[in-house]
Design a protein around this ligand. Structure first.
Ligand code: 2IT
Length: 444
């Protein structure tokens, strides 16, 4: 494989798709050596086929706001690869959504889902719709309008969407309601459903919990324990909430959270009712974290700043892509940070990730660290298909098993002397599974 030549061709074909090209480059660089040991992959053009989505569905989403004005957004579903199972991946509602972002997410999802050990292909969808400040009725009308176009492209054995940024339990339920009305069937076509209508217990917590199970394994493999460690965490959404709750339960101290407005530093630690306060701030719909300091004066708010300027043992990006850059990485390395784990997808820029690896900092990439979310979606699909529901203990035991298995795969493929390159490990392990399935199925 000639990575540079493939990248040059992709850049010419998809100019300006920055995030997509970034995600592809990272994987190709990681797998190059292994790929070249398999001439049959090259002959079957596995990489050339794998970097292009199977298909992209784009549609217009017209809806009416509370004033009676008509609004128009764009909707997408990128069905990336279904070699190992039905397309599976979340839906993101955020004004920053572009095709490049959804293609990067769908590409990552393909490898992430392969790592979970469950039979799920990769997909992602979303819209440039901005949920901030919208009424509940507007959210409902938008979700219904979105599903009115999407429904005939998805299905329990075809493509199973879920939530992502801007899409939580409420939005998922509205989309499911419209899907059910249009198809006259009640199947597990969407995951992250409410517990009363087929949702899996622990799905809301799963991404954050899984991330902490993974971080604990990384530390243990390095001869240290998570107990007593300080954690700088970004975001204050679903993932940050799950991660903070589990971190506190494990005896770590969470000292920051952040929003689009800046970050909060709380030297006393963010736990208990402070975590509940984040949930209340979230449900206010304002999407700002600053009011935390009104409730808890021990904390300081830093406007327009990111939490990576605080000294912490562990850094956990839990917000969005490229939220930690090279300068942040240099600061964290200088401050003696032990471990950085992406609970968000591609939370670190390529420069930051390379710096962590070069300095032998434990660095967990998103497709391994945050895979507990989609893995629990996979467990929801299983429960729906079997028409049963497992207890919290059963789901948690399976989540533990899956995160351990992902860690194991990273170590197997990523060991470099006394250091584990988790980026390389996750990319090779995910790639090998998908590539073997594609080889077996012929040129399709
Ligand atoms: O990025 C992700 O893995 C998700 N947003 C969850 C996807 C899913 O299908 O549960």
């Amino acid at each position: 494989m000639k990575t540079q030549a493939i990248m040059a061709a992709l850049e010419a074909k998809h100019p300006g798709e920055r995030e997509y090209l970034q995600a592809v480059r990272e994987v190709l660089v990681s797998i190059e050596d292994v790929y070249n040991q398999h001439p049959e992959f090259e002959k079957a053009k596995i990489v050339e086929r794998l970097v292009e989505p199977d298909r992209i569905i784009t549609f217009r989403v017209p809806w009416t706001d509370d004033r009676g004005d008509v609004q128009v957004n764009i909707g997408y579903r990128v069905q990336f690869n279904n070699a190992i199972g039905p397309y599976k991946g979340g839906i993101r509602f955020h004004p920053s959504v572009t095709l490049s972002i959804l293609k990067f997410l769908g590409f990552e999802q393909t490898f992430k889902n392969a790592l979970t050990t469950l039979p799920m292909g990769g997909a992602k969808g979303g819209s440039d719709f901005a949920p901030r400040g919208k009424s509940d009725a507007e959210i409902m009308r938008f979700c219904q309008a979105f599903m009115l176009e999407l429904w005939h492209n998805i299905g329990a054995n075809i493509d199973v969407p879920a939530g992502d940024i801007g899409v939580g339990g409420r939005e998922t339920a509205y989309m499911f309601g419209m899907y059910k009305k249009l198809t006259h069937e009640h199947t597990g076509t969407i995951t992250g459903k409410g517990m009363e209508f087929g949702g899996s217990i622990l799905r809301p917590e799963a991404t954050g919990y899984g991330a902490l199970y993974f971080v604990r394994r990384m530390l243990e493999a390095n001869g240290t324990d998570i107990k007593g460690k300080t954690i700088a965490l970004s975001g204050f959404g679903n993932v940050a909430w799950g991660a903070a709750s589990k971190a506190v339960e494990m005896g770590a101290k969470v000292i920051t959270v952040s929003g689009p407005d800046g970050y909060v530093y709380d030297p006393d630690g963010i736990s208990g009712k402070k975590i509940d306060c984040l949930l209340e701030l979230r449900s206010s719909g304002n999407d700002i974290v600053a009011p935390y300091t009104d409730e808890f004066p021990s904390a300081t708010f830093y406007s327009g700043k990111r939490p990576w300027e605080q000294k912490a043992d562990i850094a956990l990006p839990c917000a969005t892509q490229n939220e930690l850059d090279g300068d942040d990485a240099r600061r964290l390395i200088a401050a003696g940070t032990l471990c950085v784990a992406e609970a968000s997808n591609m939370g670190c820029t390529a420069e930051a990730a390379d710096l962590f690896i070069k300095h032998k900092i434990l660095f967990g990439p998103g497709k391994a660290v945050n895979a507990g979310g989609v893995a629990t979606s996979g467990l929801e699909m299983t429960q729906n298909a079997m028409r049963i529901s497992w207890t919290a203990a059963e789901v948690d035991a399976k989540l533990h098993q899956i995160m351990d298995a992902i860690h194991e795969q990273c170590v197997t493929y990523g060991r470099e002397g006394d250091y584990v390159n988790y980026v390389k490990g996750a990319n090779i392990a995910g790639f090998m599974k998908v590539a073997k399935a594609m080889m077996a199925q012929g040129v399709v």
